[in-house]
Design a protein around this ligand. Structure first.
Ligand SMILES: Cc1ncc(COP(=O)(O)O)c(C=O)c1O
Length: 436
């Protein structure tokens, strides 16, 4: 009925079909998940918790939300006697805000991971002269950093810092940290200083569910995960918390921060949780990690600086400074080659968030399409060809020169013969691996 939106949906479907989606936080939700999200549950207001609603007409919604919560606990092997679960947070950032607001009084201290070292904005990101996030405006934030040599966490250093700072909350979890976080150690550090431990496993949720990454549940007081990354559900979030904290967290989500929950999203999350409990999902999670490891190894062998020396997860972070290539140029050149990655900050970055020094790529979406080791080698060699083709093109420091460079470079990349040839090869590969 709406030709304009319909045209855009068709175009986006085509784009997703013909390009390699390699942003680590993206995936393809199944048709069943999308059907649930597009269902009549979107018509219903359901403020409150199941069987304690402020609106009439919610008996079926209550059943849906309870089913979703039961499935969430079951997927991660949790008992409802020990853990509470909230599936109403609209996404990861409001979920983190709700947890922090429930556990801390304004002004209390948080120790969290530094953003350029792979942390997330919602853990209180701030600059020395600017409180960028609401969390940083309300609470007192200190960051911990990776070790300059290994670019990995130094847990002794975090323990020392925790003693000095005395936080009420320790947060782990990142967007660009390629190695597994030692939740046992982080939980112990938090305990030793009387802090809560929040494990934000937004990126790893599906890998944990599928047995490919370690579970934080034995060590954390609260676990937050987005549902749309490796878990392969709709955009949303799940908050798990120790039973004694769960009422405060429920009340923090509603009425403190949000109004009516998006029950259609909760329907989609319920479907995704059931899909993730199937044996095929375990194979998927393991293949995601295998694929990322193949990519990382290929890049290391080609002389690229792979942060952390490899990966335990679904993502690979490459610092391009050792070969002098610009991440902005590489990311755009790859897009013209039908390969979608992020340009990303790397530890000890000398660039900015818009012009950082690295690229971040991930395997969740391409693994959902069924791609395996052979395809990873092919993709890695295309990426190397693109990097070699544009490695000399540098973004100028000067703002005016940069503006002209950006306009000129995008035009050049769009007609570059080598890049266009790769774009055709990528499209042919994609045709062999249909979307769900
Ligand atoms: C670790 C982590 N936490 C929280 C979020 C926030 O999620 P959302 O974008 O749904 O607000 C993200 C999203 O990338 C994330 O990676």
């Amino acid at each position: 009925m709406d030709k304009q939106v319909s045209r855009l949906i068709s175009q986006e479907t085509k784009r997703q079909r013909n390009q390699l989606e390699m942003i680590p936080s993206e995936n393809y939700a199944s048709r069943s998940v999308r059907a649930a999200v597009g269902s009549v549950f979107m018509n219903k207001y359901a403020e409150g918790q199941a069987r304690k609603r402020y609106f009439q007409g919610n008996s079926i919604v209550d059943e849906l939300e309870s089913l979703c919560k039961t499935r969430a606990l079951r997927l991660f092997g949790l008992s409802e006697n020990d853990w509470g679960v909230n599936v109403q947070a609209l996404s990861g950032s409001p979920a983190n805000l709700a947890i922090i607001a429930a556990l801390l009084e304004p002004g209390e201290k948080i120790l969290s991971m530094y953003l350029p070292d792979g942390g997330h904005l919602s853990h209180g990101w701030q600059l020395p002269d600017k409180k960028v996030t609401l969390v940083s405006k309300i609470w007192d934030i200190t960051f911990y950093h990776v070790n300059p040599d290994s670019r990995l966490f130094d847990y002794d250093q975090i323990a020392k810092q925790a003693k000095e700072v005395g936080p009420k909350l320790l947060i782990s979890g990142g967007t660009a940290y390629p190695r597994e976080i030692d939740h046992a150690r982080m939980g112990a550090i938090a305990k030793s200083v009387g802090a809560y431990y929040l494990a934000d496993v937004s990126h790893e949720a599906g890998l944990i569910a599928g047995g490919a990454n370690t579970s934080p549940f034995p060590y954390a007081d609260a676990v937050m995960m987005t549902t749309h990354k490796t878990l392969r559900g709709p955009r949303g979030a799940i908050i798990f918390s120790k039973k004694e904290l769960s009422q405060a967290i429920d009340q923090s989500v509603f009425p403190s921060i949000q109004g009516g929950p998006h029950e259609h999203t909760i329907a989609g999350i319920a479907v995704a949780l059931e899909e993730a409990a199937a044996p095929e999902f375990m194979a998927y999670a393991k293949q995601v990690v295998t694929n990322a490891r193949v990519l990382a190894k290929h890049f290391v062998n080609e002389g690229l600086d792979v942060v952390g020396g490899g990966t335990d997860k679904h993502l690979v972070l490459i610092d391009l400074r050792n070969i002098g290539a610009s991440a902005w140029v590489v990311a755009w050149a790859l897009e013209y080659a039908n390969i979608i990655v992020n340009r990303n900050t790397v530890p000890f970055d000398t660039g900015s968030s818009v012009y950082p020094s690295g690229i971040r790529l991930g395997t969740p979406a391409i693994t959902t399409r069924g791609m395996k080791e052979a395809e990873m080698h092919l993709i890695a060699s295309w990426i190397m060809e693109v990097i070699n083709e544009v490695g000399d093109m540098k973004v100028p420091e000067d703002k005016e020169q940069r503006k002209a460079f950006i306009a000129k470079t995008k035009k050049e990349l769009a007609i570059n013969k080598k890049i266009l040839a790769i774009a055709r090869d990528v499209k042919s590969l994609c045709a062999k691996f249909p979307l769900p």
